[in-house]
Design a protein around this ligand. Structure first.
Ligand code: GLA
Length: 766
């Protein structure tokens, strides 16, 4: 069993307010240990009922409680006259605010007296196979799922053999009558722990939650680097690595989306960690809104790492009997560097997070009209693109922004999801039939969460935009954000989308979200719940997405947010792919896709071949390089195929064949990054980027190497490969034969010529 509860001590708990579950709680607990193949996560309960952290890291066996119950016991009984010192130094699993721990807390409230203190004590723990669903929130699930009565992934011991096990640890504050259930899941084959928290108010008074973070790890060391993935529009998720220093280093979002600026990911790395060696602790929040993550080096040179919902501008009214569920934090341990950390995230997300039937399937090669036409298109132009695309082997036309209302620019019509007849006479259904008649599928862009001031929806329901009555409302991209906390708003958008989807054969949707939240207030929520809107907005988005993927399970859904502002695990639960960035330049994409690969698999990275000079950076790169880079993701085209050079057009069929031959290796295989990494280095000055994908059975591999700027008078690059079977012989696409051990230890030369040149080398096991 991966989870072990040790009950060697006297019975601890006396009193539990309510217990309506069938499974009895284990109440005489000393330690709780979660074991995965290469890692151990261990906790202990003190005599005083505090849940303390013992260890997270390399696998250890045996009773670890000596760490806490040794010569200097971490028990309050020994420290009663100085509880403050005790609280401020013990490693805590779910630190509370107000009783002497002055490090970052996981929980704060405003109780009936407007006091903020919480003091949670252990009441019991319950182990069960599989993993429970989180109310209204995306989360990882057991792969051996049975459909429960609620139609959700879940698992019971009798029905299946789950790939994970869950312990729910119940803590309670006797004063507040507030219960916190800490939910930990450990996976059998991956070094992953997931954590989330459920708070229940058992008192007779309203309690306001002022903050609730999902995870805290109190490390007993501080010799770490913190790795984050930061950026901006068109340069998302650029790796940023810096040593921890005394005090706090944090990342967050306050924009209502996970954001371009900071991805909800960070890792703590031992100073020596590189791709293959050293320790890496990765944290990723399964959430698409405002998040907070922080590493804090304490007075005792320990590190408190926390992650969860951003407490900034947050408050949640918890009425008697109500429960609040915090999002899931995914935590990965690797003793083999960053590469292994990433591969663990990739496996978890492909197996236990992405639900779409497209997850492990070859996606249709699409052509998107955005960079081809922007708003300037009509049926004739689209059909011309589709016809030429079909002739070259492209399988789906995606009609991007501008097909609805009277939208000729980004100044109007969001919220009016009816066909723009001037551009598309006869409606979408006519266009879709014509595209289908060419042998192509059809995909469509929506931006469901938005409304333009110039729209029928806004004219009819101005109160549905997020705004403050009487205060000027900030426009961004000329649009406002709809109040998705309001069920009537969601129903309206749902009905409009349904009408479009039911009237035409639409097989793909790009769900976009192009602005951040401002003047955050809701006409739907009562005054005392206004500060819930940031979170309720995200919950509303999830609810509409859940409807979409349930009602139209075969539609391929691609998420997007002004490029990659919502590239997070929350979105992956609904869509198997996410548009990575509006920057489609192949060289810039090397860096963006490198940073994205830190925790997200190539199978979900939306990536297209676009025209040159590139629309964002003006760079001219070879067509072949653009193809090689776009293949590390959900390959497609975003250009006017009727206008590019005949030379490039003629390359498309072979490029598609190449993609289809290799797609399974990158979609389902293991990724090994081979370049020094873009930690603070620009893609152009780094000289080259390289990575290899290897199938799980190690019989096939694909190496991609891209030169950025050529350098004079250097010997050719010889790359030492990773992931291959050292005992096997491999034949390359060029016909040469190498032993796996030689490829790993001595490497292979990849001749590259000129700026932006790129090569793929395919290896098959003999
Ligand atoms: C966002 C997306 C683009 C495109 C435009 C349309 O910027 O990231 O791909 O869909 O919106 O307005």
């Amino acid at each position: 069993m991966p989870i072990h509860i040790n009950k060697t001590r006297k019975k601890y708990s006396k009193y539990i307010w309510q217990r309506n579950e069938n499974v009895p709680l284990e109440t005489d607990v000393t330690t709780i240990t979660l074991q995965s193949p290469g890692a151990t996560y261990a906790m202990a309960v003190t005599d005083d009922g505090y849940l303390l952290h013992l260890h997270w890291g390399a696998k250890v066996t045996g009773d670890l409680s000596y760490i806490l119950f040794g010569k200097n016991p971490y028990t309050l009984a020994e420290n009663l006259r100085d509880k403050g010192t005790f609280m401020d130094s013990v490693p805590l699993e779910f630190p509370c605010h107000g009783t002497g721990d002055y490090r970052e807390p996981c929980i704060m409230v405003r109780d009936k007296n407007n006091a903020s203190t919480v003091d949670l004590k252990f009441k019991g723990a319950r182990v069960s196979p599989g993993k429970p669903k989180l109310d209204g929130l995306p989360a990882t699930f057991s792969r051996f799922a049975v459909t429960t009565a609620e139609g959700s992934p879940g698992c019971s011991a009798s029905a299946c053999s789950p790939d994970c096990e869950t312990v729910i640890i119940t803590l309670e504050d006797d004063y507040l009558k507030l219960r916190a259930e800490l939910i930990y899941t450990v996976f059998n084959k991956l070094d992953v722990i997931t954590r989330s928290v459920k708070l229940t108010n058992f008192s007779e008074d309203t309690i306001y939650i002022a903050r609730v973070l999902s995870a805290c790890v109190d490390f007993d060391r501080s010799d770490f680097d913190m790795l984050t993935a930061n950026g901006s529009w068109a340069r998302e998720r650029i790796p940023c690595r810096s040593p921890l220093h005394r005090g706090k280093q944090s990342i967050d979002s306050v924009k209502g989306e996970s954001s371009h600026q900071s991805n909800p990911f960070f890792a703590l790395l031992s100073h020596n960690a590189d791709e293959d060696t050293g320790e890496a602790y990765g944290f990723n929040l399964c959430y698409s809104g405002d998040f907070f993550a922080q590493s804090e080096v304490t007075q005792h040179s320990c590190t408190r790492a926390v992650m969860g919902l951003n407490p900034f501008d947050f408050s949640w009214k918890l009425e008697p009997g109500e429960t609040f569920t915090a999002p899931e934090c995914v935590m990965v341990y690797s003793s083999e560097g960053l590469g292994q950390m990433s591969r663990t995230f990739h496996d978890l997300y492909r197996n236990n997070l992405i639900r779409s039937e497209w997850n492990k399937k070859l996606r249709p090669v699409l052509i998107n009209n955005w960079e081809a036409t922007y708003f300037n298109f009509d049926t004739d132009k689209l059909i011309a693109i589709a016809r030429e695309a079909a002739n070259r082997g492209i399988e789906m036309l995606v009609l991007d922004d501008g097909w609805f209302g009277h939208r000729d620019s980004d100044n109007s019509s969001l919220g009016d999801w009816v066909t723009y007849e001037k551009k598309l006479p006869g409606g979408l259904s006519k266009l879709v039939s014509e595209v289908n008649a060419l042998g192509m599928k059809f995909g469509l862009w929506f931006e469901p969460e938005m409304v333009s001031p110039d729209s029928n929806l806004y004219r009819t329901h101005p109160e549905w935009a997020i705004h403050i009555e009487g205060r000027e409302l900030t426009q961004s991209r000329g649009q406002y954000v709809l109040d998705f906390s309001n069920p009537a708003v969601r129903e309206n958008i749902k009905a409009q989308m349904k009408a479009i989807l039911d009237a035409a054969n639409i097989e793909y949707i790009k769900w976009d979200m192009n602005r951040q939240l401002t003047e955050i207030a809701s006409t739907y929520l009562p005054v005392e719940r206004q500060r819930e809107l940031r979170h309720r907005y995200v919950l509303g988005v999830y609810e509409l997405m859940e409807w979409l993927v349930t009602a139209y399970p075969h539609i391929l859904l691609e998420n997007c947010s002004g490029g990659g502002a919502r590239f997070d695990p929350g979105m992956l639960y609904f869509s198997p792919q996410i548009w990575c960035s509006d920057d489609t330049d192949a060289i810039e994409r090397l860096k963006i896709q490198y940073g994205t690969s830190l925790c997200y698999p190539a199978s979900c990275i939306g990536s297209h071949v676009s025209d040159c000079p590139n629309h964002t950076v003006g760079r001219i790169t070879p067509f072949n390089t653009r193809g090689n880079v776009a293949m590390v993701g959900t390959f497609g085209y975003e250009l006017d195929i009727t206008k590019i050079s005949e030379e490039d057009r003629e390359k498309i069929p072979a490029q598609i064949a190449q993609y289809k031959k290799y797609a399974h290796i990158m979609r389902d295989g293991d990724q090994y990054r081979l370049s020094p990494g873009f930690h603070g280095i620009s893609p152009v000055t780094m000289n080259y980027d390289a990575f290899i994908f290897v199938t799980k059975d190690k019989t096939e591999a694909l190496l991609t190497v891209t030169q950025t700027l050529a350098r004079p008078n250097y010997p050719p690059l010889r790359l030492r490969l990773r992931g291959l079977n050292p005992e096997a012989q491999y034949k390359t696409s060029g016909g040469e034969v190498y032993s796996g051990s030689a490829l790993i230890q001595c490497g292979i030369e990849v001749p590259l010529s000129g700026d932006f040149d790129s090569k793929q080398v395919y290896f098959s096991k003999l």
